[in-house]
Structure formats: structure tokens, C-alpha cells
Design a protein around this ligand. Structure first.
Ligand code: ACM
Length: 261
């Protein structure tokens, strides 16, 4: 199975231009599963809830869904991408998994970062896992990396691959994800953005270095801090079904939940 990510610099509020840029980049390589950054179509730093709501969309039927679905139909792949979701009056920092047959599933960011807490409702769908045939895929978004429970929930749900759209500003996640993969024995595709947004009093610089990590914690591929581009690697997702670390130790079965707080 070929899996990849796109790293680029979204232009705030310019969905159409961001769609064009993604299309240009993604069509340079072939993959079965792509991951795009968090909030890839809108940009990250909303000035207000009103501004965010003006750019939010329902999971299916919105411009972002339609753009992504057409890509999936044309090129027969699956894609995970971050978007601003509105549903029954509430807005979430979400990601969607889409394939050639349409929407497969949605994840709503559970652990909101910094100013996101004033903008979005916290995710309320847990950490679902979706079977796309070639692999079982779960999603987390950016700051969820800090909470081992997120990746562990996906592992316990049977995920082979964590698709991880991000807009990282702290420098820790790329290394932390090596541990998340090792402790859960699964793959993670972390798709970050680049560039700086200075739309409020604080300026945010995003840290690039998107990467793919394997179940042993090995970084299979990474891209630089400041460049736009795509990377694709070949993986065997079935490696994530073997949780043994030694002949005698199973990462999931050896857990002792009754001893934990
Ligand atoms: C983040 O969660 N976007 C840092």
C-alpha cells in the first residue's frame, strides 16, 4: 500500500486557491491513502467565531467535501483532510476520510489547542476506526499527539494507520509520534503545514517536517521545515496487526488496566 502526505502553505480564507494548490501537488505522485494538513482549505488563525463560522461546512455536501471527493473518484484513492465542520449549530475542528464512494467517516478534534478553545466545540465522536479495505484507518488531529490516550484508543479500536492532519507550532510532536507508534505498534502519517499566520496579536509559525512513522517507531520519511511538497512510501499495514515486542510481550494484551489510574 502506498501512503503519502501533502505539506504546503494554505492561504487564509482562499479555499479555491488552496484546492488548486493541493490538486497540483497531489497529482505529482500516486498513493492509495493521502493525508492533508489540519484546516487545509481555510487556514488556521481565525479572528473570531463569526469568521470561523463563515468558512465552516457540513461534512458532506460542502465545497471541501466536493473537491476532495472528485479527487478520490478521479484517482481512485482515499484521503484524510482537516476542515472546519458545522453541524446543527456547533462547529468542530474536524477531519474527514473520503474515498471514491464518498464520505467514509468524520473525526472531531477532542483536545483543542490554545485559542481553538474559544472557537470550536470539543470533539464528541470519540476515536472511531474505519476499514478502507487495504487497512483500518483512525484519525487524530494535531494537539491530540500530547494525549497518549488518543493513539491508544485508536490502537484498541484496531487501527493500522493513524492519519494525523496537523498545524503544529510547538516543536515536540514529530518526535513524540515515534513513541505513539512504538507503544501502539501502528503507522502514523503526520501532515503538517508551513508558513506564518499573523492575523491576531500573536504570530504563529508552523513547523513543517511532515513525516510517516512505522510500528517500530522508525521514521520512514520526512520533509523539510519550510518546503511545500509530497512524500509517498510503501508500507505493509498488516505489520500493525502483530503487537508482539518480544516473543513473550504483546503491547496491547499485556496491559494491566486494573492497575492503572
Ligand atoms: C494544534 O493543535 N493545531 C497545535
Amino acid at each position: 500500500m502506498q501512503v503519502g502526505f501533502v505539506q504546503f502553505e494554505p492561504i487564509f480564507g482562499e479555499k479555491k486557491l488552496n484546492f488548486e494548490r493541493i490538486k497540483e501537488l497531489i497529482l505529482t505522485r500516486q498513493a492509495d491513502l493521502w493525508v492533508l494538513p489540519e484546516l487545509f482549505a481555510t487556514g488556521y488563525q481565525f479572528k473570531s467565531q463569526e469568521e470561523m463560522r463563515g468558512l465552516a461546512e457540513p461534512a458532506s455536501g460542502g465545497a471541501t467535501f466536493q473537491f476532495l471527493q472528485q479527487l478520490c473518484i478521479d484517482s481512485a484513492f482515499h484521503i484524510v483532510a482537516g476542515f472546519t465542520e458545522c453541524d446543527e449549530g456547533a462547529c468542530y475542528n474536524s477531519s474527514m476520510l473520503i474515498g471514491p464512494d464518498g464520505l467514509v467517516g468524520v473525526y472531531r478534534k477532542v483536545h483543542l489547542f490554545a485559542d481553538e478553545r474559544q472557537l470550536f466545540s470539543p470533539g464528541n465522536l470519540g476515536f472511531p476506526v474505519f476499514d478502507i479495505g487495504s487497512a483500518k484507518v483512525g484519525m487524530m488531529i494535531c494537539f491530540d499527539w500530547l494525549f497518549p490516550e488518543a493513539a491508544r484508543s485508536l490502537a484498541l479500536g484496531g487501527a493500522d494507520i493513524i492519519a494525523h492532519p496537523v498545524n503544529l507550532v510547538l516543536p515536540f510532536c514529530q518526535d513524540a509520534m515515534k513513541t505513539r507508534c512504538l507503544e501502539n505498534g501502528l503507522f502514523a502519517i503526520t501532515a503538517n503545514r508551513i508558513g506564518t499566520e499573523h492575523r491576531t496579536e500573536s504570530s504563529l509559525t508552523f513547523t513543517g517536517r511532515s513525516q510517516i512513522v512505522d510500528p517500530s517507531g522508525k521514521r520512514l520519511i520526512r520533509i523539510g521545515e519550510k518546503i511545500s511538497g509530497v512524500q509517498v512510501v510503501s508500507i505493509d499495514p498488516m505489520r500493525a496487526r502483530d503487537k508482539m515486542v518480544t516473543e513473550h510481550n504483546d503491547r496491547l494484551a499485556d496491559r494491566r488496566p486494573e492497575q492503572y489510574r
